[in-house]
Design a protein. Sequence first.
Length: 99
Amino acid sequence: MSKLFGDHLKELRLSAKPKKISQQELGDIIGSTRQYIDAIEKGKGHTIAPRYELLVKLIHFLNLNKKQSIIFLSLAFKDRIKNNWDLYQYLHREKELTT
């Protein structure tokens, strides 16, 4: 089974050096709350990954390298698109038809 964005975010947060990063700190970085970060990490309800601009802030704060950033963004994309899968498939089909 593939890793979920929330699981990955939690791993990054807890493995940060020199000390773990709190959910509150991540929430503050993106102008949100500890509860939002907790909901993402636990996969609660329909809580989706933050939008791209906020993901970039998290990447910088977590000091991710290029490979880590790509994985982070890919998992976030998969998380965001899962609630709009029909739209994604439709757009993908339209792209194939126009190229």
